[in-house]
Design a protein around this ligand. Structure first.
Ligand SMILES: Nc1nc2c(c(=O)[nH]1)N[C@H]1C(S)=C(S)[C@@H](COP(=O)(O)O)O[C@H]1N2
Ligand SMILES: [Mo]
Length: 423
């Protein structure tokens, strides 16, 4: 019978921490809200930049999905490095705070009876969606950057749709809880409880609306001690991650950065996402017999020698991976717009780039008109003055400012320019 309250965690007397209550929950919520709003905004920006084709293949998606004709820009060149670096960093920083928040409100999970009214039931269902989607988003995000797309197809789809569930449930939760939070800050002050040491740490009065205990135990840590620990965990994780985005000396201690791979010294000594052997690039294909196929109003085939004979341009541009790491290098090669003109196309609407790589999610990409038209957008042949290494895309790769790394196709085999006017 529902009225017979079960024992164990359903007995409120077992939840005794005097730290729990509206203030602690509110403080953790504010921190979490800031980080998760950053994550939601940068996440949707990433989606706009990346345009994965959710329905069937991963990338090479439709520029038809540009938002009201708005295209992801090429200025500033570090745009995606910053938005995606912030996305991953904020997500990492949020993890200990989410754990603390769940601990702070844990007694509510065991509320008895589970729901008092239909409204109560709906709110609890929404909370289940909120908690579930938060854990799912942070968890799949972490797995993705740690293990390098272990389930590449479902990751993007799951992460993307879970974000809608999350944003909706979070909005509802904030609207419902805002009055309680305001009341708590009003009564106790926003920062005042941080002044109390353990000896002065007292429980908030028991209140069925909050997680304050009705049978508080003796405090063993102050609220500021707990929050200090949570903050230090969060900051520590950030330090171990953020070097992959910021570079400099922090990169050396970016222990949790992707794979911790040491790329070695030299002009090509920077992070490799996938190696040539890893994706089955055959030496025959990249050797002396290599030909780049161009299609537009007319087609042609060019050897690497032909490409080197064209006007060369050099720009300092980042590769910014969706996983949050980025690296800025000096690239030299042929302008994509020059290649388009050679095929008789001026100002193409799109360029469809295909790799020698067979199949797979990264073997092709579609660039928008601004991306092809930018003078810094290159089919790069060299990096830092040396020929591209096989792992960085030899004989030729795409480098476009502010483009998500995944669309900077390596080992380019063919480019098709569409739209535009006759050159
Ligand atoms: N053909 C092909 N191009 C590719 C990839 C790939 O796996 N195959 N990886 C992409 C991803 S996800 C990134 S972040 C960049 C990384 O470039 P790098 O390995 O030279 O650093 O290349 C992109 N181009
Ligand atoms: Mo990437």
């Amino acid at each position: 019978m529902l009225t017979a309250r079960p024992r164990g965690p359903f007995d409120p007397a077992v939840w005794r921490s005097p730290l729990r209550g509206a203030w602690l929950a509110s403080v953790l919520s504010v921190a979490l809200l800031v980080l998760l709003v950053i994550d939601a905004i940068t996440g949707y920006l990433s989606h706009a930049a990346y345009q994965p084709n959710l329905g069937n293949s991963f990338s090479g998606g439709g520029l038809d999905r540009s938002l009201f004709g708005w295209q992801w820009p090429t200025h500033p060149s570090w745009l995606y490095a910053v938005t995606q670096g912030a996305h991953v960093t904020a997500g990492v920083a949020a993890m200990p705070i989410l754990a603390a928040k769940l601990w702070a409100v844990m007694p509510k999970l065991y509320k008895w009876p589970p729901a008092r009214s239909l409204a109560d039931l709906l709110e609890r269902l929404m909370l289940a969606l909120l908690v579930g989607s938060s854990i799912l988003l942070l968890g799949t995000g972490l797995l993705n950057i740690s293990y390098w797309y272990p389930w590449q197809f479902s990751f993007v789809v799951v992460h993307y749709y879970a974000a809608y569930v999350f944003v909706g449930a979070m909005l509802g939760h904030v609207l419902i809880k805002l009055p309680l939070m305001r009341r708590s800050f009003h009564e106790r002050g926003v920062l005042k409880p941080l002044r109390d040491d353990v000896a002065h740490t007292v429980s908030e009065p028991a209140d069925p609306e909050t997680s304050a205990p009705n049978n508080p135990g003796v405090p063993t840590v102050s609220r500021r001690g707990l929050l200090g620990l949570v903050g230090a965990s969060s900051a520590g994780l950030v330090v171990l991650f953020v070097g992959e985005s910021l570079g400099g000396p922090l990169r050396k201690i970016a222990l949790l950065g992707p794979r911790g791979r040491q790329p070695g010294p030299g002009p090509n000594g920077f992070q490799v996402n996938k190696t040539a052997t890893g994706v089955g690039i055959k030496p025959q294909g990249t050797g002396i017999g290599y030909r780049l196929t161009l299609r537009g109003r007319r087609g042609m085939q060019l050897s690497r020698q032909d490409l080197l004979a064209l006007p060369q341009h050099t720009y300092v541009l980042p590769i910014a991976c969706v996983e949050g790491w980025s690296t800025t290098q000096t690239w030299t090669g042929v302008r994509l717009s020059d290649l388009a003109r050679m095929t008789g196309v001026q100002g193409p609407d799109t360029a469809f780039v295909q790799s020698l790589e067979q199949g797979g999610s990264f073997s092709h990409a579609t660039l928008n008109s601004g991306q092809v038209g930018d003078e810094r957008s290159l089919l790069a042949l060299k990096v830092n003055g040396a020929d591209l290494s096989l792992d960085h895309g030899f004989p030729a790769r795409v480098i476009v400012p502010a483009l998500p790394g995944v669309h900077n196709t390596k080992w380019v085999k063919e480019i098709t320019f569409s739209g535009g006017v006759p050159a």
